[in-house]
Design a protein around this ligand. Structure first.
Ligand code: C6P
Length: 413
């Protein structure tokens, strides 16, 4: 099936709107994706037809709401090739999912003097929870360095594994560089060294086929809002035996089997990790998002983004604009995220000119301050990011905006 971007765009109402009097050009999908009407309708349908608390009512509507919620988990499990929905825990976001692992798994499995290994290309969500764990437990936090500010240094990784970390936490795709890490190999090496593995899939699961069973990581975290779904729902995939062996992260209603005045026992998977009333409409929307992406085919989504990314990298090179990350010859290892530097123009000025042209991009440290400020040596960088609805003409508009930014700066200096 041909990847028909114009037809896809018709499903996204917001893309027909304007920003600053211009047709919106949305190049900030790494921050959050736009939503197709199929997802918007699924959320509305939940409220119109299926709104009741799950697992609680002995009445038909509650049973139907529960069935919809479980079906959502089954759809997510199939989407990422998990063996069962028992491995799929819903949290608010990638951030909350990683915090849950750092707390519930980390507290039980790390002690004073133990090591936790992460990398210099992590998002704050995959740094701060481990720093907090290290503080609580008196553990050491080690970082795998980068080669040429673009990719993980696997020799450094090997040497850090000799320190016998308890867990390796690594991003699948960098939200700044777009580098795709070989998480299957990283996981294999970690397991060989006796470490557990958490993969941050926030920027991979929405954009490429991801097979968590083949990858073999113990945990994979990702967010609904970056994959066409609603915000406020995120996924923690965990191997069943690993989740079985963990204590819950939150305590409250529904996550228990029984409660007495002093003691409680836990519900079965995955409910043991879901305390209190859940984001039921979010689950309905996420299922619709997964259906939408499956219909497009994740191979095709990846191919489309590769094409757009290559087009953008070539256009930037023609303009003598520096793009961070791996070069065009390494496109197989690059996702649809480009941070760049327009020499002589501050990142925020670039973003402001883009904004005046109706083009939404992000500028800053992208919640990856150690990478941007320490590794790239920049206070801030502008970033374009792409998705299923991104067109080549939108890249052309971005290039025109870069020319305008240079012009404006020349005039004001
Ligand atoms: N990155 C960006 O503009 P949440 O906010 O929990 O849904 O996702 C956090 C997160 C974790 N890991 C990676 C690799 C990410 O890119 C993000 C979110 C957005 O780059 C917002 S800061």
């Amino acid at each position: 099936m041909e990847f028909d971007v114009d037809r896809i765009r018709k499903d996204f109402p917001i893309l027909a709107t304007q920003m600053n009097g211009r047709q919106l050009v949305y190049l900030d999908s790494a921050a959050t994706s736009q939503k197709p009407r199929q997802v918007i309708n699924a959320v509305a349908r939940h409220y119109r037809k299926l709104n009741a608390n799950i697992h609680r009512g002995i009445y038909k509507l509650s049973e139907e709401a529960t069935a919809e919620y479980v079906a959502s988990k089954e759809a997510v499990a199939r989407f990422i090739h998990a063996k069962s929905y028992r491995s799929i825990v819903y949290f608010r976001s990638t951030t909350e999912a990683i915090n849950a692992v750092a707390r519930a798994w980390g507290d039980a499995n790390t002690g004073s003097g133990d090591r936790v290994l992460i990398t210099e290309m992590e998002h704050h969500s995959n740094i701060v929870p481990w720093q907090m764990l290290a503080k609580r437990k008196g553990a050491h936090l080690d970082y795998v360095g980068l080669r040429d500010g673009s990719e993980l240094d696997l020799e450094d990784y090997k040497s850090k594994l000799l320190l016998k970390p308890k867990i390796v936490a690594v991003t699948h795709v960098s939200n700044v560089l777009g580098t795709i890490n070989d998480v299957k190999e990283i996981t294999r090496m970690a397991h060989e060294a006796g470490a557990s593995v958490l993969v941050d899939g926030a920027q991979s699961v929405p954009h490429m086929p991801v097979d968590v069973s083949g990858m073999d990581a113990d945990f994979v975290a990702f967010s609904g809002h970056k994959m066409l779904g609603p915000s406020g729902i995120g996924v923690l995939y965990g191997k069943e035996d690993v989740l079985e062996g963990m204590e819950p992260f939150h305590g409250g209603g529904d996550m228990i089997r029984s409660v007495d005045f002093q003691e409680s026992t836990w519900n079965e998977l995955p409910w043991k990790f879901e305390a209190g009333t859940q984001n039921m409409e979010g689950a309905a929307g996420l299922a619709a998002a997964v259906r939408y992406l499956k219909r497009l085919g994740m191979e095709s989504v990846r191919e489309h983004e590769k094409k757009i990314t290559l087009y953008a990298l070539e256009a930037l090179a023609d303009e003598h604009v520096t793009a961070f990350g791996l070069g065009r010859d390494r496109i197989e290892e690059r996702a649809g995220v480009i941070s760049f530097d327009v020499k002589g123009v501050h990142a925020h000025d670039v973003a402001q000119v883009f904004d005046s042209e109706g083009i939404a991009i992000r500028s800053g440290h992208h919640c990856a301050m150690p990478l941007v400020t320490r590794v790239l040596g920049e206070p801030a960088v502008p970033r374009m990011s792409f998705y299923v609805y991104t067109k080549e003409q939108e890249i052309d508009s971005a290039i025109a905006a870069i020319r305008k930014a240079r012009e404006v700066m020349k005039l004001s200096s």
